[in-house]
Design a protein around this ligand. Structure first.
Ligand code: PRP
Length: 173
């Protein structure tokens, strides 16, 4: 069952404006490659990219981590790799949520081998209490409690991604 919105549509919009201003200031005079992590980041990437004044290109990866019980040595599968060569590029990974940190830590490890000029991370939601692996996040929209959330890209078995806000979700008994 859904909660009342944990984070409203308006709060999301405002956080994105604020984040875009910080990113524009940090990358002034530069070009940026935004890398969305499918599928959860779809709305955040769409809205953040349109709020930015910095010239951007957009690419996507898709990752499978086999659930959250995996350790850092667990299975990490790149289902879809980048199309664009990131060597010498300013790269900003765009995530909907950082939970255990497993997905991002492995992605960062992989991308660093490709020698980007810089590599940073933006996430709409951060769940620090769920962290299993330390990841440095550069831009955070909201810190949230260790609860299951859906909406604005986040799903429960592929449902509810298209809710315009973020809500906590518990399965009916
Ligand atoms: C979610 C989210 C992140 C990852 C975060 O993706 O979009 O990519 O989990 O979790 P972690 O910090 O514990 O690695 P998910 O695997 O649910 O796929 P989806 O984006 O297609 O929903």
């Amino acid at each position: 069952m859904f909660s009342e919105p944990l984070i409203s549509q308006q709060e999301i919009e405002q956080a994105i404006v604020t984040m875009a201003q910080a990113i524009d200031a940090d990358y002034a005079g530069e070009n940026l490659l935004l890398v969305g992590v499918l599928k959860g980041s779809l709305y955040f990437l769409a809205d953040l990219s349109r709020a930015l004044k910095t010239p951007v290109e957009i690419d996507f990866v898709q990752v499978s981590t086999y659930g959250q019980q995996q350790t850092s040595s667990g299975v990490f599968k790149l289902v879809k790799d980048l199309d664009i060569n990131i060597e010498g590029r300013h790269v900003l990974i765009v995530e909907d949520i950082v939970d255990s940190g497993l997905t991002l830590s492995r992605l960062v490890e992989l991308f660093q081998t490709r020698r980007p000029k810089s590599l940073r991370i933006a996430t709409l939601l951060n769940k620090p209490k769920a962290r299993k692996i330390d990841v440095q996040i550069d831009y955070v929209g909201f810190e949230i409690p260790n609860q299951f959330v859906v909406g604005y890209g986040l799903d429960d078995s592929e449902r509810f991604r298209n809710l315009p806000h973020i809500a906590t979700f518990s399965k009916p008994e």
